[in-house]
Design a protein around this ligand. Structure first.
Ligand code: GLN
Length: 305
């Protein structure tokens, strides 16, 4: 398979829609990103890498961080964690408050904001003041890259305008599903969303999930095969909020988006993928990024179905 040629074709075909959609503007720091960026990176398990566009430009990973924190929690707490967060698609926007009240403070899944916040709270019960450092260490470790950090300006902006996330945390606290201090949880969650990574780094960080939980570069087992299956299953069914069905229908791969315009995906036993284009569709997922992944699986036949 000539992957480089496939990536070039995709770039040409998405060109006309790169101006469609709207950049995330809920915080000033994200609005400043040049919306014309575009990148696709592939990291194969055999060590080869391919890319096109701004593959080394670091952007805000936002909700892609939920994949890493859920992976940490699954390996630490196993099945028991699902007493406090479900594993069903929400069918609702990522920051919705309505369903959370009906369902008594138990979020539908770990990939909407409320669910990820509960996961952060679980990690905080274990790691206390070291929680954010542990999250960053995990991401550095699965990426085999020490040069990863969070963007302080984005984090400050997230904290300043995080009214809805604060509301979610407080509502869950009222249902006793947040065990720690609400301000500490808000601080850790905003920092994890503000981590900056490039598409090249993110595609390589997905390799352990493409390989039954094991990083082949270092032979480190981060998850059991069964735990990796669960992370990937949730990416397929819940990774794109209320557009998860549409993403599965069009792309057919486990994937997770973030409002920074990144989407990660895996092809089991083959590769990690990351696409980046900052303009978003109505559900807050990268518009051209989703199209690029749809073209990728159509052209290569590499969907899971
Ligand atoms: N920081 C964003 C928020 O909490 C993350 C949401 C996202 O990427 N969908 O609102």
């Amino acid at each position: 398979m000539n992957y480089q040629k496939v990536l070039e074709e995709i770039r040409d075909e998405v060109e006309p829609i790169l101006k469609k959609g709207k950049i995330a503007d809920y915080i000033p720091a994200l609005k400043r990103v040049d919306p014309s960026h575009f990148a696709i990176s592939l990291s194969l398990l055999d060590g080869r890498t391919f890319g096109i566009g701004d593959v080394d430009f670091k952007f805000s990973i936002q909700s892609i961080s939920k994949v890493f924190t859920y992976s940490m929690a699954v390996s630490l707490f196993g099945e028991a964690l699902h007493k406090r967060v479900g594993h069903e698609p929400s069918g609702n926007p990522f920051n919705s408050l309505v369903q959370l009240e009906y369902e008594k403070g138990i979020p539908r899944n770990p990939f909407i904001n409320a669910g990820a916040i509960v996961i952060t709270d679980m990690l905080n019960s274990k790691y206390k003041a070291k929680t954010f450092d542990k999250i960053l260490d995990f991401i550095k470790s699965v990426s085999n890259n020490q040069n990863i950090n969070y963007d302080k300006e984005v984090a400050l902006s997230e904290a300043e305008f995080g009214y809805r996330n604060m509301a979610l945390i407080n509502m869950m606290k009222s249902f006793k599903n947040i065990k720690n201090n609400v301000d500490d949880i808000m601080d850790i969650y905003t920092k994890q969303c503000s981590i900056s990574m490039s598409s090249r780094e993110l595609s390589s960080a997905m390799l352990f999930l493409a390989n039954h939980g094991i990083d082949t570069t270092t032979n480190t087992q981060y998850l059991t095969s069964s735990q990796a299956k669960r992370v990937n299953s949730l990416m397929l069914t819940c990774g794109h909020y209320d557009a998860s069905g549409d993403f599965a229908f069009r792309v057919g791969l486990p994937g997770k988006s973030g409002v920074g315009g990144g989407i990660v995906a895996i092809v089991p036993e083959k590769m990690g993928i990351c696409v980046w284009s900052p303009r978003l569709n109505l559900q807050g997922n990268s518009l051209a990024g989703t199209k690029a992944l749809e073209l990728f699986t159509t052209k290569t036949g590499l969907s899971i179905f």
